[in-house]
Write a protein that binds this ligand. Structure first.
Ligand SMILES: Nc1ncnc2c1ncn2[C@@H]1O[C@H](COP(=O)(O)OP(=O)(O)OP(=O)(O)O)[C@@H](O)[C@H]1O
Ligand SMILES: [Mg+2]
Length: 604
């Protein structure tokens, strides 16, 4: 992870727990309030049944001692049975109601997180690793559900049960009850101490999980490089560090959670011992009522579990609050691509693109474009050439408004793109990126992404124009061939032609091509070239050109260097001028222009 998200991790780690809980309730609790009320009612019935069954021990025991009739006792047996069965039933129903509400919360939270990601700009993604998002979208909503669930269950079941049982205890013997509950505040103080220490480990365990995911992804995506460079040891070591981090942090978290056991058990043992000691003295020496005493002890023993759960509630909630924080960190990053409704849509007449005095940088100390002026004429092919890292791909990104320029103006047919509806702008542009991206699925699905609801005929026609149809039909599954993750099952040139077919299918008036720098074999290159020639016809075409043929065939060439369009003109004119283009061209393709000319005329 980069520095930026890590900083905000720490900021939020210190946000008030109560604040996070209030926010959780506002965002998720309120909507499911009716479910929680129903669950609470069900659980209060259960709590009542529990307390009642403890209370019943008094008449049962006193009845036994006083020798009451078996017939009357039989009624008691049925009542206890009924109480337990009823408690089982309402607990079951409450669990169902709660888990439904809980899973609805997970679904909503995941939807919201993803929706938020879709609204982020490229800057946001460039700063972060995808494993970070995956960890957040998978783990964080679970934590949110667990927190809310823990709260409701404790309030509904444990607090009410405890209240009922403590009431029974006080009814049976108030003095004994005071002795028994004296240990509770002591336990609470001890346990709340551990909460603070555990926060750190809960978060560490999350960061470690994200690192495991990251190493896993990079090992898979970079499998070729990992093998070729023998990086197995490095990856193994990196993974081991992450795994150990998670293991250690989890051990600490678990130990922290488990601390509630010895604390509660010791205190409970002490209280029970005292009660038995004092109670039995009262019954045997002071001749107190034995039924009350036994009912009291039963209530106290039954109160033990809910009391213990309540004691560690703060720990459980802490775990969930950590997850909730992770979620809110994403949700609180302002969405950079907020789509203001009601903005005018782009209307392309000819498709003349004008960039005026554009200044742009990614990093504060590195100006990428510094006063760039550029006119891209309609129905022509304009090529951008220049040194690697000169800002050519950046120009393509700015025209699509992936980023906003710091100053300057970009307009299409006189309409400033900054004030246009974003979707309409991108609808008018077909883009073939420098690094081809294919989605999971078949070749057909990947081409079809160019146009919503494209028919099979349109897909095939696009593939034919992209010179992809023949190789696709060469596969035994044809258009249904799986491309593999990120197109791993296809060659570089095949991937490119599929991405060109996708752009052809889109049939947009403006075409932005960022030529891959990777060299293809001459046959593939020729195929891709023909595909692009077909695509360009009748459109405004801006191509970042790396290939000789593309450059010479362009109607107009701009050299982008040092943040500006240094020189522009047609190939012949620029060569004659002997300036920046000529030296760039010579450095790329050698100085013997005679070799070049026949090739260019052949391609035309
Ligand atoms: N997301 C980013 N964050 C920070 N810097 C970036 C980012 N993308 C590009 N840059 C930097 O901006 C400069 C211009 O990059 P750009 O991709 O536009 O170059 P290019 O002219 O397309 O190069 P090439 O011919 O190698 O594709 C480079 O110095 C690059 O390091
Ligand atoms: Mg580039």
């Amino acid at each position: 992870m980069s520095d930026a998200p890590r900083k905000s991790l720490l900021e939020l780690a210190n946000a008030d727990t109560a604040q996070v809980l209030r926010r959780l309730f506002r965002d998720h609790g309120r909507k499911h309030l009716h479910s929680y009320v129903v669950a609470m009612l069900l659980m209060s019935v259960g709590a009542g049944a529990t307390a009642w069954s403890a209370y019943l021990l008094k008449p049962v025991l006193n009845g036994l001692i006083e020798g009451e009739h078996f017939k009357d006792m039989r009624y008691m047996a049925w009542l206890v049975f009924g109480l337990f069965a009823a408690r089982g039933l309402v607990t079951y129903l409450a669990a169902i109601v709660l888990s439904r509400a809980g899973n609805a919360i997970i679904a909503a939270a995941q939807g919201r997180l993803f929706e938020h990601l879709l609204r982020q700009d490229l800057r946001f993604f460039a700063d972060r690793h995808s494993s970070d998002f995956i960890t957040r979208i998978v783990y964080a909503p679970n934590g949110v559900r667990d927190t809310i669930q823990a709260l409701i269950t404790s309030l509904g079941r444990d607090v009410l049960t405890l209240l009922g049982l403590v009431a029974v205890m006080f009814v049976q013997d108030a003095r004994l009850a005071l002795i028994a509950v004296a240990g509770v505040p002591v336990a609470a103080v001890i346990l709340s101490r551990t909460v603070g220490r555990m926060r750190k480990f809960m978060r560490r365990s999350y960061v470690g999980s994200a690192q495991i995911m990251e190493t896993m992804q990079e090992t898979v995506h970079g499998a070729r490089i990992v093998k070729s460079f023998n990086l197995e040891d490095i990856m193994r070591a990196r993974m081991a560090v992450a795994i150990r981090e998670v293991e250690r942090a989890s051990n600490r978290v678990q130990a922290g959670l488990a601390i509630s056991n010895p604390v509660a058990d010791t205190l409970a043992g002490l209280a029970i011992g005292l009660v038995i000691f004092y109670g039995s003295w009262r019954v045997s020496v002071a001749e107190a009522d034995a039924g009350s005493f036994f009912s009291f002890v039963a209530a106290m023993l039954m109160a033990y579990d809910p009391a213990k759960r309540l004691a560690r509630l703060k720990l459980d909630i802490q775990n969930g609050v950590t997850s909730a924080r992770l979620m809110y960190e994403v949700l609180e990053t302002p969405a950079a691509e907020t789509r203001t409704p009601g903005l005018p849509g782009l209307k392309v007449a000819q498709g003349r693109i004008v960039l005026e005095n554009i200044r742009f940088r990614y990093r504060p100390d590195e100006m990428v474009l510094d006063g760039l002026d550029l006119v891209i004429e309609p129905s022509q092919t304009t090529a951008l050439v220049g040194p690697s890292g000169g800002g050519k791909s950046t120009v393509i990104a700015l025209i699509q408004r992936f980023y906003a320029p710091e100053s300057g103006r970009i307009s299409i047919d006189g309409q400033d793109i900054a004030g246009l509806d974003l979707a309409s702008l991108r609808d008018s542009i077909a883009f073939v990126s420098q690094d081809v991206y294919l989605f999971r699925g078949t070749i057909r699905e990947n081409i079809a992404l160019g146009k919503l609801g494209a028919t099979q005929d349109e897909i095939v026609a696009a593939a034919q124009k992209a010179h992809a149809h023949d190789f696709i039909m060469g596969f035994s599954s044809g258009y249904d061939t799986q491309v593999g993750e990120q197109g791993a099952q296809l060659s570089g040139g095949q991937k490119q032609r599929i991405s060109i077919a996708r752009a052809i299918l889109k049939d947009a008036p403006i075409l932005l091509l960022d030529e891959p720098t990777a060299a293809l074999d001459s046959e593939s290159e020729r195929e891709v070239q023909r595909a692009l020639d077909d695509l360009r016809i009748g459109r405004t075409t801006l191509v970042v050109a790396h290939r000789l043929q593309t450059i010479i065939n362009a109607d107009r060439i701009h050299v982008v260097a040092n943040g500006k369009a240094a020189e522009s003109g047609a190939h012949d004119e620029l060569i004659r001028r002997g300036g920046a283009y000529r030296s760039f061209f010579a450095s790329q393709f050698g100085d013997s222009l005679e070799v070049v000319r026949p090739a260019s005329s052949e391609a035309r």
